[in-house]
Design a protein around this ligand. Structure first.
Ligand SMILES: C[S@@+](CC[C@H](N)C(=O)[O-])C[C@H]1O[C@@H](n2cnc3c(N)ncnc32)[C@H](O)[C@@H]1O
Ligand SMILES: [Zn+2]
Length: 261
């Protein structure tokens, strides 16, 4: 794979895209409501982009939302529609832990969690789905929260704009001069923390584009965790960690609820 042309959907202020740019990718940004666009009117061409990144709005899937609606599902369908029409070699989806699973025909997929708290003093759990046509998957770290001093940036955060930027990994001079203070904070809160974006972008750059001699390819015989997170397991283990075992158990329970109802 040589060109690193990537489409970023639902970009917002595209903190995720910025992290990919830092890793040498060329990012083309799709429409967003905050800049007057709408993905429902977006029909990108097939076979131009190698990757697609982005996460649809997560409010309807968030545990904090007491009255979730259907909009999140509509946008998830839009996300899947765009992937199917763009037909990229790989995609990276980002969302909250409660976002539903989806399957896109023709792709091998893995779903894994990363917490900002593994990379900084602030905790924020995000779920990522990586899919590839070749079958090559990522082997993301499973970290541990270190010394946590605070939570994620939320819309309506009481901390100063500078503090919010700092927590999300944005530089000291970052600003959105056209936005009201509330809109600035909301946009920064919606973004994927740069520390997480950089980690995943680096992983993709290394695994798919770089010297991947140490990274297992789909042709090598590697065994991956049975929870679906895609992490490589060694020896006779089925799961990467006890958390993976629990996650698989929860998935089975959800499935049996669906089958029985
Ligand atoms: C989770 S945020 C994206 C954050 C971004 N990935 C980042 O790292 O900065 C989701 C975005 O979806 C946008 N959005 C919601 N409905 C949309 C629609 N119908 N068309 C395009 N964008 C939409 C929101 O305005 C918001 O910016
Ligand atoms: Zn696992």
């Amino acid at each position: 794979m040589n060109n690193k042309l990537v489409l970023s959907v639902f970009p917002g202020i595209d903190m995720l895209g910025k992290a990919f740019e830092e890793n040498g990718f060329c990012i083309v940004r799709g429409p967003d409501l905050i800049t007057g666009g709408d993905i429902r009117k977006f029909f990108p061409p097939a076979n131009v982009f190698q990757g697609v990144i982005g996460g649809p709005p997560c409010q309807d899937f968030s545990a904090l939302n007491r009255s979730p609606g259907r909009y999140g599902y509509e946008m998830l369908d839009e996300y899947v529609r765009v992937i199917m029409s763009v037909s990229p070699d790989w995609f990276l989806f980002e969302n909250v832990a409660r976002a539903p699973n989806f399957d896109i025909k023709g792709y091998s997929q893995q779903r894994f969690a990363l917490d900002l708290g593994w990379f900084s003093e602030f905790s924020r759990l995000r779920h990522f789905v990586f899919g590839s046509k070749s079958g090559q998957l990522l082997d993301p770290v499973k970290g541990q929260n270190k010394h946590i001093v605070g939570g994620a940036v939320l819309g309506g955060d009481e901390r100063s704009f500078r503090a919010c930027c700092d927590i999300q990994g944005l530089p000291d001079d970052f600003d959105l001069p056209e936005f009201t203070l509330a809109a600035k904070k909301q946009a920064v809160a919606n973004g994927v923390p740069l520390q997480l974006g950089r980690y995943v972008a680096g992983l993709i750059a290394k695994s798919l584009y770089g010297d991947d001699s140490k990274v297992p390819s789909s042709n090598d015989v590697v065994r991956r965790c049975s929870c679906g997170c895609g992490r490589v397991v060694v020896g006779r283990a089925s799961y990467n960690s006890p958390a993976c075992r629990k996650s698989a158990q929860r998935q089975r329970e959800r499935l049996s609820i669906r089958i029985n109802s």
